[in-house]
Design a protein around this ligand. Structure first.
Ligand code: PEP
Ligand code: MN
Length: 341
């Protein structure tokens, strides 16, 4: 349920509504807007009596939230959420600027990562991606450098000011990754790892949540809801392609999700055209298409030597391609009254 307070409702009246919500066995989420305060009552409210809330002083009306996700829904919050990324460059996702997050699929060694970090910065990126813990289909494939990789990412941040986006694969890794990352990446394979979603929900750093490779939009938003329901509202959705019958690309990249997310949710959404296509030659065009349809950012795999990359070289563009791409993205962003950060 959403309790819409009357304009000019007092802080005491808001507190009273919060008390009533708690007495009903629900939890409150108070959103103080410029004109009025709205309080979302979270939990299973099907059998709850909303009369008590409707009659409380200062309440204008009480409405059911129709979507199964509550905190992620636009019904609860109309203004778009802007997530600050961290790093000294101070980028954000969800505002007027389209964020560019780029870097290798995985951190391979110090020289590789530092070289790419400087190059993506020069190309115009505000955040650096790179996996230290890699979820690989084969247990025999390169699994990432672990903590050593995190240390290298932190060094790259210190040298460039880029915010660090890196994957956390399990609940036990959360405290370690939190020491180094600016943004937790939750990978496609973990979108329904509810214990992990809760664990990052308890952190106070943004979470880039990738869509499960066979998840519906509703399941995706419910996964975001898991994170938000633990108090962390800084969720960045990421469309990274879904599994279909198609074989010419690694995944099928359904860009219609971008305007649809903007219609039903206030959360920002970025697009990963690298996992989304599996082919470097498709990445620039799909990046432009993503910005044209309103994506709040791109997360792109970029490698100075894709042929020798330990992971995902085939879908990694070079720093020069990234630089050229960033320039054309500016033109597209301008056409829709945005810019690229
Ligand atoms: C990645 O970003 O390298 C990655 C493994 O992503 P996903 O979880 O989308 O496959
Ligand atoms: Mn990858």
């Amino acid at each position: 349920m959403i309790v819409v307070m009357a304009m000019g409702a007092t802080a005491g009246q808001v507190d009273h509504v919060v008390t009533l919500i708690r007495e009903m066995g629900l939890r409150e989420h108070v959103i103080v807007g410029t004109e009025r305060t709205v309080i979302a009552a979270l939990g299973d409210d099907r059998a709850k009596d909303k009369d008590k809330l409707e009659n409380a002083p200062g309440v204008e009306r009480v409405m059911p939230v129709l979507a199964p996700y509550k905190m992620a829904s636009r019904e609860v919050k109309k203004e778009r959420t802007v997530v600050r990324l961290g790093g000294s460059l101070g980028g954000s996702v969800g505002g007027n600027s389209v964020a560019l997050i780029a870097g290798p699929c995985s951190v391979e060694n110090r020289t590789q990562l530092l070289e790419i970090a400087h190059q993506v910065k020069e190309a115009g990126a505000t955040a650096l991606r790179g996996g230290a813990f890699k979820p690989r289909t084969s247990p025999y494939a390169f699994q990432g450098l672990g903590e050593k990789g995190l240390e290298i990412l932190a060094e790259a941040r210190a040298q460039t000011g880029l915010a660090v986006v890196t994957e956390v694969m399990s609940v036990e890794q959360v405290p370690l990754v939190a020491q180094y990352a600016d943004v937790f990446q939750v990978g496609t394979r973990n979108m329904q790892n509810y214990n992990l979603l809760w664990a990052v929900g308890e952190q106070r750093k943004p979470v880039l949540l990738k869509r499960g490779l066979s998840a519906t939009l509703e399941e995706f938003l419910l996964a975001a809801e898991y994170i938000m329901s633990r108090g962390n509202g800084d969720v960045i959705l990421c469309e990274r392609g879904i599994r279909t019958f198609e074989t010419y690309c690694r995944n099928t990249l359904p860009l219609a999700i971008v305007p649809e997310v903007h219609r039903i949710s206030h959360l920002p959404i970025v697009v990963d055209p690298s996992q989304g296509t599996g082919h470097a030659h498709l990445v620039p065009d799909m990046s432009r298409a993503a910005v044209a349809c309103g994506a709040d950012g791109l997360i792109i795999e970029c490698h100075h030597d894709p042929e020798h990359a330990l992971t995902d070289g085939a879908q990694s563009i070079t720093p020069q391609t990234l630089k050229d791409l960033a320039q054309s993205l500016q033109l597209i962003a301008k056409a829709i009254d945005r810019n690229v950060q």
